[in-house]
Unconditional design. Structure first.
Length: 568
């Protein structure tokens, strides 16, 4: 039987590990993918929400600015404002003070109407005079006027001056570039209120309102490098309105009216902390599953793979011929049942093997007895008739020699007890038989080669050579009128011993070879001596031993093949 090749890749342990991985890995990857998908969904939801917050805040601020512009335009058409801007001479100082107080009251009233208003300024550049709605300090600030009228600021509603933000009025400017307008109204924004609004819009993050030359943040002042980085992000991601860095989410919304962009900066930690915690827990669970898998593998190795490996090793021992292998375990599980069944099977097999050995021995003994009983009656009485004739003729010496050879022959055949003999004794018995036959058939020349000394003590089954020689006499040479030859020789290899019997008494050697080979291969209804010896040799030595037939140098060649045993 071909022995199956064992490889660790085909073990049950590896198959169980693969089954575990097939079960766990898809679930783990699915959980990780679900977590990553949830992070993306939440991140996009937060971005949309922050974009909505930014848009709402800027829309609110735009509405306030538009309302301021409407009010400032109405002021520019007010009688008191026009009188103050165009009247060069007053009738009395009372009229002038009354007009100023009226303007200041109107400014104070407007200031109460908007939470984003810090102060209102009405500037009369040609008069170099300023009225504000907060106090009586009406000192004219020419630098503020110049800042509000800078060409690059004319397209922007919000202007930065001395760290403060001003909403410039929509009053038309004089057609002459160097001339000042009659009235210039500016609203100073309340930075605290703007920051409060930004803080409400940003939530846990940071909000920054960015103009071209100014900025305001909700929580802390931004450094110049930070402002440059934010402007770089806005310019680099256009037309997109969101950007994700490793730590933060950036969402912005731009107002063309204000000429400003509201940037909301939200730490991803604040948004995704829950999912990050869940992800860490998921990785922890995967790690725990991995540890559990390793522990399960060791448990399976101890409880399943190792017992199965013991069973396979036991079968390997059986293949090597060890019939005494047995399995035992202290665990009361399925393997205890399997081991008990295996041990019972081995006990039965050993009993059957012993029974078969006994049957083989009995068969050998029976075949030997049968062969002993197959004494050719013609050889028996012809030999005695020949002895009688020699005595009558007075050839007592030859008769005495023949009787001695017959005595040795019959003593070897009829001796019971051991089924095997040394090869030297088997050859001696064959010589005794040939000595008797040579006295009867003087035309048959018998030649025995010298038996190698190292083969003389080799133990062989009894009666394997003489019956082959007898077949040569009976079936080939007794009825020949011509001289015949019978050669017996010996040969050996490292694993085999050959006893070769050749005779020239067969006319059709090829036909005789075919008949004998067919008989040895398929058997016959009547067990002949040559078939008996062939089977006995195979029973004793194994299937490679037996009888081989073919053509030799002088005629039919019959070879007895014996297998060497340890020590032989």
């Amino acid at each position: 039987m071909m022995k199956p090749t064992f490889h660790w890749r085909r073990t049950l342990l590896l198959k169980l590990m693969c089954a575990w991985l097939v079960l766990i890995l898809p679930m783990s990857f699915l959980s990780l993918y679900s977590n990553a998908h949830e992070q993306t969904v939440i991140r996009n939801t937060v971005i949309d929400q922050q974009r909505t917050n930014a848009a709402f805040y800027l829309d609110t601020l735009e509405m306030e600015v538009k309302r301021f512009q409407t009010i400032t335009y109405a002021f520019s058409q007010d009688t008191d404002f026009i009188r103050m801007a165009t009247l060069k001479q007053w009738n009395s100082n009372y009229s002038r003070v009354s007009t100023i107080l009226s303007i200041r009251d109107k400014l104070a009233m407007v200031k109460q109407m908007g939470s984003y208003i810090e102060n209102l300024y009405v500037m009369f550049p040609r008069l170099r005079y300023t009225i504000n709605g907060q106090n009586a300090n009406d000192q004219f600030d020419e630098a503020l006027v110049d800042a509000l009228l800078l060409p690059e600021e004319l397209n922007s509603v919000i202007v930065s001056y001395n760290g403060e933000l001003y909403v410039r009025s929509a009053q038309p400017v004089s057609a002459m570039p160097a001339a000042y307008p009659n009235i210039l109204i500016a609203i100073q924004l309340n930075s605290d209120q703007v920051c409060s609004g930004l803080l409400n819009a940003s939530g846990e993050g940071q909000a920054a309102l960015l103009g071209k030359e100014w900025s305001i943040a909700s929580k802390y002042a931004l450094q110049e490098a930070e402002l440059e980085e934010l402007r770089r992000i806005i310019d680099g991601q256009s037309p997109a309105t969101a950007y994700q860095s490793q730590d933060d989410l950036y969402v912005w919304y731009t107002s063309d009216l204000l000429g400003a962009t509201l940037m909301l900066i939200l730490p991803q930690r604040a948004v995704l902390q829950g999912l990050w915690d869940a992800e860490r827990v998921l990785y922890l669970l995967i790690g725990v599953q991995g540890v559990c898998m390793v522990l399960a593998v060791f448990m399976l190795y101890a409880s399943v793979h190792k017992p199965i490996r013991r069973i396979t090793q036991a079968f390997e021992a059986i293949e090597r011929g060890d019939q005494n292998v047995r399995l035992s375990t202290d665990h009361r599980d399925e393997f205890q049942y399997l081991y008990a069944g295996f041990n019972h099977m081995m006990d039965q097999q050993k009993a059957l093997t012993m029974q078969m050995v006994d049957e083989k021995l009995l068969a050998q003994q029976s075949q030997l007895k049968q062969l002993q009983m197959q004494i050719n009656p013609h050889f028996f009485y012809n030999s005695f008739f020949a002895v009688r004739a020699m005595i009558e003729m007075g050839d007592t010496d030859t008769a005495e020699h023949m009787l001695e050879c017959l005595g040795q022959y019959f003593r070897f055949i009829t001796r019971s007890g051991r089924e095997t003999v040394p090869l030297a004794q088997e050859v001696m018995h064959a010589r005794s038989y040939c000595s008797v036959q040579q006295i009867r058939f003087e035309n048959i020349e018998v030649s025995f080669a010298e038996l190698p000394r190292e083969l003389g003590e080799v133990v062989v089954p009894r009666l394997i050579l003489q019956p082959i020689i007898e077949n040569a006499y009976v079936h080939g040479q007794e009825n020949m009128d011509r001289n015949c030859r019978l050669d017996i020789s010996f040969d050996q290899t490292q694993t085999e011993i050959h006893i070769v019997v050749e005779n020239d008494g067969m006319d059709d050697i090829a036909q005789c070879v075919n008949i004998i080979r067919d008989m040895l291969e398929h058997g016959t209804q009547e067990t002949t001596a040559i078939l008996n010896i062939h089977r006995r040799l195979q029973l004793y030595y194994g299937p490679k031993a037996g009888i081989r037939v073919g053509s030799g140098e002088i005629g039919l060649k019959v070879t007895l093949v014996l297998m060497r045993r340890s020590g032989a």
